[in-house]
Design a protein around this ligand. Structure first.
Ligand SMILES: [Fe+2]
Length: 135
């Protein structure tokens, strides 16, 4: 598998970029754990971390948006809420008795695609907005 950070994903805000890197690393670890047949306990641990981290990451991002009166805040916030709902559903899937790992992989891949798309489009827009304010 291997999900890697690439410079084109940078939104130009170091703290946020670092959180995005951490999230990608954890997603990658979760996928690897699924694919290498690691126990469901490991998946649960990773999933709990991912869910908590996503929450605090989105809070940080949104605090930045409010601080700088980012005009796209409401729409951006909606996207975050959607993702939080999906992550929660995935955690519940992982916690379910008799879960099929390939289902977890599938869901995880969809979430990862969404996340990469979000970074490169929506978060990048925030990055451009902040850069234009700083200029
Ligand atoms: Fe975002």
């Amino acid at each position: 598998m291997g999900i890697q950070w690439r410079d084109s994903l940078s939104i130009g805000v170091e703290a946020i970029d670092n959180q995005h890197k951490e999230l990608l690393t954890r997603f990658d670890r979760l996928l690897n754990a699924c694919e290498s047949g690691q126990g469901i306990e490991e998946l649960k641990k990773l999933m709990t971390f991912l869910e908590d981290y996503v929450h605090s990451h989105f809070n940080d991002e949104e605090a930045l948006q409010k601080l700088h009166r980012f005009p796209g805040y409401v729409e951006h916030h909606q996207q975050h809420l959607y993702f939080i709902g999906q992550i929660k559903a995935l955690r519940e899937e992982v916690n379910r008795e008799g879960v099929l790992v390939h289902n977890v992989i599938e869901t995880n891949n969809l979430l990862l695609k969404w996340f990469l798309n979000h970074i490169s489009r929506v978060d990048a827009e925030l990055g451009r907005f902040l850069a234009s304010k700083a200029a």
